[in-house]
Design a protein around this ligand. Structure first.
Ligand SMILES: [Zn+2]
Length: 75
């Protein structure tokens, strides 16, 4: 099988362009649909040590294991 120089040059260029286009399409679609922000707070119980998260914006949250009130560690 004899490959002409034109095919020998343009086939790799074509596949490289397809790869660049696919990457551009992937990243442009991914950046347009960002993940929704998660606004949960992390709590650590002072009495039992249980670590849990709560979505509500409250400074104090009841422990899900023992029921003690705890302050949020971080957002
Ligand atoms: Zn607890």
């Amino acid at each position: 099988m004899i490959v002409s120089p034109t095919v020998f040059f343009f086939v790799p260029v074509f596949f490289a362009l397809v790869a660049v286009f696919a990457g551009w399409l992937y990243y442009s679609l991914r950046l347009r649909a960002p993940l929704p922000p998660r606004r949960s707070r992390i709590y650590r119980c002072a009495s039992c040590g249980h670590v849990y998260a709560d979505q509500r914006e409250r400074p104090l949250c009841r422990c899900t294991k023992c029921g003690a009130m705890n302050e949020a560690l971080r957002r």
